[in-house]
Design a binder for this molecule. Structure first.
Ligand code: ADP
Ligand code: MG
Length: 330
């Protein structure tokens, strides 16, 4: 893949199939120009890198993402964000362990088949949650004594400016089944945590991080030496983008809404800045972008924003707002 010709920020749009057959309830839309132009209600005409119709499958999306896997296999980073209002299909695309084919498992299976006798990949996974500006570990077993109380992790910066989450659990994975079980555990924990925080899981961001260590055997036959590179693939299921602060949310719900809006706005600013090669990238302004700083900064990195929209008229306000957010400066 020639990265020089590819914008480092790619924006995909996925339209969720509707359960209704009633034409009056559906937004009339047209996809044209090799799946890059979306015309909505005959008036809004918008361009994206790739548009997926309601009929598209997980495999269609996987196929357009696979070339980007190239980077983490060679010691660089790729990041995929799922954006959209609650119920628009973000989790379905990315992390849902109950779907046969979420992107995470498809990517992992693909990774496994890339190993050969001279190149081995070792994969470790971390699964974090960002809620109200704090980072929680979805893979850490809660000890009985703490009574399920959640402890947030701290973010540290090392001498080289790399951002790390202190004490985040990293589990080595050797098969798709193992990864699937880790996802199930993590998702269960995400649900329990949100009950504990008296919220819903759609109000937090989930970050699944695959650390991919590539070990290449030295070319000289006598040598037993390896060269290794560490790549990283981030799969991020963002909090629902609906603006609940417009409703009369109060107290915790209001604070939560304000935090989510700020995170999503800052993410958008970072993507805009990266996309226009701005000298100042405002990573530090939110926990989410700060956590991903090392992944997004690298010269050789690719980021895909997959924006999810509904095909129902009733969701049109949120759909337009999602599409507006997705117009990243290029
Ligand atoms: P979100 O994570 O954005 O809140 P979900 O992924 O949970 O949304 O999807 C909401 C519901 O719609 C789920 O029942 C899911 O199975 C279904 N769904 C989402 N996307 C699709 C799709 N492309 N095809 C079929 N069903 C879908
Ligand atoms: Mg979800």
């Amino acid at each position: 893949m020639n990265l020089n010709n590819l914008s480092p920020i790619q924006v995909f749009v996925r339209i969720k199939p509707s359960s209704s057959n009633d034409e009056d309830e559906l937004v009339p839309f047209k996809i044209s120009n090799h799946n890059t132009v979306l015309t909505l209600s005959n008036s809004h005409r918008l361009s994206f890198d790739n548009i997926f119709s309601p009929e598209s499958t997980q495999y269609d999306i996987f196929e357009s993402i696979t070339p980007l896997l190239h980077l983490p296999l060679h010691g660089y980073s790729s990041t995929i964000f799922a954006y959209g209002q609650t119920n628009s299909g973000k989790t379905y695309t990315m992390l849902g362990p109950n779907e046969q084919a979420d992107i995470c498992l498809l990517l992992y299976t693909n990774l496994l088949t890339s190993s050969s006798s001279s190149i081995q990949y070792q994969i470790r996974v971390s699964y974090l949650e960002v809620y109200n500006g704090r980072v929680y570990d979805l893979l850490k077993k809660s000890d009985q004594k703490s009574n399920n109380k959640l402890h947030s992790l701290s973010i540290r910066e090392d001498g080289q400016g790399n951002i790390n989450v202190a004490d985040a659990v990293e589990i080595p994975v050797h098969s798709s089944l193992e990864l699937e079980n880790i996802l199930i555990q993590g998702n269960q924990r995400r649900a329990t945590a949100s009950t504990y925080m008296n919220s819903s899981s759609s109000r937090s961001h989930a970050l699944l991080i695959l650390w991919i260590e590539r070990r290449e055997r030295s070319t000289s036959a006598s040598s037993r030496e390896y060269t290794s590179y560490l790549g990283r693939l981030n799969l991020i299921d963002l909090a629902g983008s609906e603006d609940i602060s417009r409703s009369k949310a109060e107290g915790d719900r209001f604070r939560e809404a304000v935090n989510i809006n700020t995170d999503l706005l800052q993410l958008r600013r970072v993507l805009d800045a990266l996309s226009t090669s701005s000298p100042h990238i405002p990573y530090r302004d939110s926990t989410l972008t700060r956590l991903l700083q090392s992944s997004l900064t690298t010269m050789q990195s690719i980021t895909i924003l997959i924006s999810h929209i509904s095909s129902m008229n009733i969701d049109l306000y949120e759909t337009l707002s999602t599409l507006k957010y997705s117009q990243i400066a290029k």
